[in-house]
Design a protein around this ligand. Structure first.
Ligand code: ZDR
Length: 332
């Protein structure tokens, strides 16, 4: 049974028990009036959603396929992401109409602080799974995002591989004000940066959204995550659009381990674009060879990244996306 069938049965059961509950101790006239006004109030102030997660990076998905723009404001989205007063989530993602015939859908996302990123790697896998569950059953989807065309492909084993396009390495386009110091004349690789009273070696890579990557010997002891993460995120002198921050430990030529402090969301369990960005940074810094499929262990699990350096220059990310629950939430 699909989850939508399950959800339909569940909501029918809830509706009948709610009817049973409201009629206790009331005349039938009272009960229908009360139920009617409650339903009217609810209809004006609620949103239907589904919740998905990719390695614990969790999102509220809204079906706006008949719309050109998100049906919720950034402020409403921020409130929905609140884990005590709302649904809880690292962001709200909207499935929208495509801009033209050569796309299937558009995707927009608001971070849990209401800011709008260009792209979200874990989010786009959740987005693809959401569309599949809604019945748009295709092997792959052409998705229009603020970072351009992104193509998720549904694999037979249930994982999703995303063609993330090419990385953006030119300093000014990341954007970063740090000077290009790499042999290609455009990239920032292990460049000096002073922040939070410490001297860092940072690499800057954009996967549509900006990432600051820092290699450390020991992820647990070499950083003060809760203080260094937000300080680097908001180091606008170096990263004028703020930045996602990834701390990385090299385990082997094909295995990296990371911790992420996300722009606009804080510490999250996983970051898809960041995982792509750090593999590119590791290859550029000579920490690992190019040409391999690289396993990256994030707090929420593993993602697999391949960079076609030297051919079409595209980055591919493979990982899971899982449905958790759906419902109707109050808009506050
Ligand atoms: C890191 C991220 N969750 C992903 O999986 O790629 C993206 C979310 C957007 C991020 N917080 C930003 O760039 O503001």
């Amino acid at each position: 049974m699909t989850f939508f069938k399950k959800a339909a049965i569940l909501s029918a059961l809830c509706a009948s028990s709610a009817r049973a509950f409201t009629t206790i101790g009331m005349s039938s006239k009272q009960s229908s009036t009360t139920t009617g006004s409650l339903a009217l109030k609810a209809a004006a102030t609620t949103v239907e959603f589904s919740k998905y997660e990719g390695l614990g990076n969790d999102f509220v998905l809204v079906d706006d396929r008949d719309k050109d723009a998100p049906s919720l404001t950034p402020e409403q989205s921020e409130k929905l992401c609140d884990r005590n007063f709302g649904i809880g989530g690292d962001g709200v993602i909207f499935a929208l109409k495509p801009p033209s015939d050569d796309y299937d859908f558009s995707m927009r996302i608001y971070n849990s602080d209401g800011s709008e990123p260009e792209m979200c790697g874990n989010g786009i896998r959740c987005f693809a799974q959401f569309l599949k569950d809604l019945g748009a059953d295709s092997e792959s989807y052409q998705v229009n995002t603020l970072a351009g065309r992104i193509i998720p492909v549904m694999n037979d084993d249930g994982t999703i591989t995303v063609d993330m396009g090419e990385p953006i390495l030119k300093a000014a386009d990341v954007p970063t004000t740090l000077g290009a110091n790499f042999e290609d004349g455009i990239s920032v690789v292990e460049q000096d940066l002073e922040c939070n009273g410490k001297n860092w070696k940072v690499s800057a890579v954009s996967m549509g959204n900006p990432h600051c990557i820092i290699f450390v010997d020991d992820l647990e002891n070499d950083i003060d995550f809760e203080s260094d993460g937000p300080a680097l995120e908001s180091c606008v002198e170096a990263f004028p659009a703020k930045t996602n921050v990834e701390f990385v430990q090299v385990m082997s030529d094909t295995h990296l381990k990371m911790k992420v402090w996300e722009r606009g969301a804080g510490p999250t369990l996983a970051c898809g674009t960041g995982t792509c960005a750090l593999v590119i940074a590791a290859i550029q810094a000579g920490k690992i060879p190019s040409g391999n499929k690289v396993r990256v262990t994030l707090p929420g699990g593993d993602l697999f990244i391949e960079w076609n350096k030297g051919t079409d220059n595209k980055v591919f990310m493979t990982g899971p996306a899982t449905y958790t629950f759906s419902g109707k939430a109050a808009l506050k």
